[in-house]
Design a binder for this molecule. Structure first.
Ligand SMILES: [Zn+2]
Length: 370
């Protein structure tokens, strides 16, 4: 069973060690976006100046043909390059090291250490360190301690609970929203999730739908994303080790299927879906797929249907963690009082989907599009 620290650090440290295998186009795209998420994962060295930078460096972008990529500043130095004085690319590595050290400290402590204690132990000023920690892990050291306690309490309470085991085994951090990226990574099988999609080729395209521009992405097995967030950047962030290929022509059939599911759901083809989450999430998602067209269920009804009637909130969270909109019909789950509840894509889209589906069967109580 992975410790929490391994859980948190696995995706990043693997990303670092595997960056050499990283597609240079993906690395270049990160530099063009000045993507901070890739700082510490890839180094870009400029042959004409002999200087290397991190992706977020504010300096003017060099010509593509003059840039060589490395996994670390160390490798760039070994090849004869010098660090950029402006973006100080090596400090990212030192910062990450300090954060990793702080995590170990927090995990080993009997009682949650204060921010001052943690910062002093790793040799940083408290406020500066808080910012670094948060940038890396998405939470403050105090929030990390709290989540850690919560996880330990859970695992003690539910020692024989397969769901808890599955969450740990899958490398998830547990409480949703704890690790900012975790939610975004659930579209993969647990092993692929840990590897950031290594070995997978993910094809994607965007298309116009009645709900706005959508992004559809697919592995060789099926659709892994259908979202209202149409940026390639988000795909690269979620699957840092996957080969990500824009394929407008090759995705046409899946796009047509997705459009049919939105526009004429009663005549839509069955599309292959390739998602895997924790055992609990999969249970919820499978249950969502059983809600007949034109009907809705409450969060409580889904919780009851999967045999965990008290897990209403967790059902809501798993519902929100669904990244294959429409096809895994999380929009068909509403509150027990009949109000719409939430929707990642916004309530207007939920209302629209339900209205289109509502017209297909007798569901006069469903809200209609304005
Ligand atoms: Zn620089």
């Amino acid at each position: 069973m992975a410790t929490l620290a391994q859980t948190i650090h696995a995706p990043r440290s693997e990303a670092v060690s595997n960056v050499a295998r990283l597609d240079p186009e993906t690395a270049w795209a990160a530099f063009m976006r000045r993507d901070r998420a890739w700082d510490g994962r890839v180094i870009g060295a400029v042959k004409t100046t002999g200087i290397y930078c991190k992706p977020s460096c504010p300096a003017r972008r060099p010509k593509r043909e003059n840039v060589q990529f490395f996994a670390s500043g160390e490798e760039a130095r070994a090849a004869g390059f010098r660090p950029c004085l402006r973006c100080k690319p090596d400090e990212v590595g030192r910062d990450r090291e300090a954060v990793a050290q702080a995590v170990k400290l927090i995990e080993a402590a009997e009682e949650a250490p204060t921010l001052d204690e943690v910062a002093a132990a790793v040799g940083y000023a408290p406020h500066h360190f808080q910012r670094l920690f948060k940038r890396d892990l998405g939470v403050s050291p105090a929030e990390y301690s709290r989540a850690l306690r919560m996880l330990r309490a859970q695992s003690a309470l539910k020692e024989n609970d397969r769901v808890t085991d599955a969450i740990y085994d899958a490398g998830y951090s547990g409480p949703s929203g704890f690790y900012s990226d975790a939610k975004e990574r659930l579209g993969m099988t647990p092993s692929a999730w840990r590897d950031g999609g290594r070995g997978e080729t993910i094809r994607w395209t965007t298309f116009d739908s009645p709900l706005g521009t959508m992004l559809i992405a697919s592995t060789s097995k099926g659709i892994c994303r259908l979202t209202f967030d149409d940026s390639e950047a988000s795909l690269a962030r979620h699957f840092p080790n996957a080969t990500i290929v824009q394929d407008d022509g090759g995705m046409r059939e899946l796009v047509e299927g997705a459009l049919a599911a939105i526009e004429h759901p009663n005549a839509a083809p069955e599309l292959p879906i390739d998602v895997a989450g924790t055992a609990f999430q999969e249970k919820v998602w499978r249950e969502l797929r059983k809600i007949p067209l034109g009907e809705t269920r409450s969060y409580a009804e889904i919780a009851a249907a999967i045999g965990q009637p008290t897990a209403v909130r967790a059902v809501g969270t798993a519902n929100g963690d669904n990244h294959v909109a429409v096809l895994i019909p999380c929009h068909r789950v509403i509150r027990s009082d009949g109000t719409l509840g939430g929707y990642a894509g916004g309530l207007d889209r939920k209302r629209h989907l339900l209205a289109v589906e509502g017209h297909l069967s007798a569901s006069p109580e469903l809200p209609l599009v304005d």
